[in-house]
Write a protein that binds this ligand. Sequence first.
Ligand SMILES: O=C(O)CCC(=O)C(=O)O
Ligand SMILES: [Fe+2]
Length: 260
Amino acid sequence: MDSPCRWKEGDPLYRKLKGPNQWPDEKYIPEFKRTLQTFIKEMTEFSREFVHLISLSLELPYDALDQFLDPPDQQMNRLKAKRDIYILLLHHLFNNFVKYPPQDALDPEDGIQGVGPHKDPWLTFLLQVNDSLGLQVQNHSGDWINVPSIDNTFVVNIGTGLEGVTGGVTVATTHRVLNPSPGSNPRISIPFFQMLSDEVVLKQLDVPEEIKKMARKDVVSDADSTAYREFLSKNVGEGVLRNRITSHRDVGERHYPELL
Ligand SMILES: O=C(O)CCC(=O)C(=O)O
Ligand SMILES: [Fe+2]
């Protein structure tokens, strides 16, 4: 779970993208590391069961999607954190992770968009910790719909990789986050990303014809899907690296100029 950096001279560059977790000092946040390690372990097991349910609902063997994931004991999943979490944790204990301040607390130059329209890579399980609105999903007609927080409930986002391997039956969720309206509380969320194995090349599964017919052809999305095409032509590690350096060009120019 505490992934070491696996890259060594001569290895593909994408192996540099995974490194050890940066835990805050226990003296400031006692139990933080242990609590989160438990959370990640339980989410890893739960998300594994969840992909089995997706396979079964597509009338495939329960483990049909496992080939795209690392074995359970080596799988590295990802929680998203922002730096100010550590400060928040001192006050509220565990349940805070990504914080979206209300619009009136933002620098006007930064706009009100917490995260722009996009699709995730594979499967995301999102805990909305408090009830400040911000997350929106785009329906098939192109309208943006608020996603309210419901107690003890995960929001599950389907990603482009999963859409690709099911031949479009499980449509990737286009979503975005707006900062909460002026005067609201900050919005807090904990996204858990189930990660694909870097070494696999995604390929379409043999989904039965009568299920494949259910794939929608008329989906409107404000997010483009180039990442998905990358995933189908190269292994996942290459696709992720290329996607990161194009979405964060400044970082790409500094660390991977030869790839741009
Ligand atoms: O914070 C959220 O609620 C969603 C964040 C998100 O969409 C992402 O990190 O991919
Ligand atoms: Fe997302």
